[in-house]
Design a protein around this ligand. Structure first.
Ligand SMILES: [Zn+2]
Length: 143
């Protein structure tokens, strides 16, 4: 039985594959590990993190809401993939390290968030250019 979107929040989160052009773009920026990252939409895990619209762990991005608007937001995508692939994956980030930073400096000023924000801002133009190219390649291949 299909649940209407209105009650979607009552159901458990589900894994969503990032669109192919987006994955190809992210591979150019982060390497092959992009394919090991799972995106979970309507995640309970994200919802228990009070104000967060997304929460990351090793190889996981948990979204409070739908995946589609996430995939449409270049800065949001770059920010969360940076947490996963540049911080969690090399184990520079752990729950404990994050909590220590959060306690000392709060959300906005902790170094993990500053780094992720800077990376997203620094790479958004290149990301958008690459994504446009990959989308055009996908379209012409299927024309
Ligand atoms: Zn963040």
């Amino acid at each position: 039985m299909m649940a209407s979107n209105r009650y979607r929040f009552l159901l458990p989160g589900r894994r969503v594959d990032a669109p192919a052009p987006l994955r190809a773009t992210l591979r150019e920026l982060f390497g092959e590990m992009v394919d090991a990252v799972e995106v979970i939409e309507y995640s309970w895990f994200a919802r228990v993190h009070l104000r967060a619209i997304a929460t990351t762990r090793r190889r996981r991005i948990y979204l409070r809401g739908a995946a589609a608007p996430f995939f449409d937001d270049p800065v949001f995508v770059l920010h969360e993939y940076f947490h996963v692939l540049a911080q969690w994956e090399p184990r520079r980030l752990s729950v404990w390290k994050y909590l220590v930073e959060l306690f000392r400096r709060g959300y906005w000023d902790n170094r993990f968030e500053i780094e992720a924000r800077e990376f997203a801002e620094d790479h958004r133009h290149r990301y958008c250019a690459l994504l446009a190219r990959h989308r055009a390649a996908t379209t012409s291949r299927h024309a």
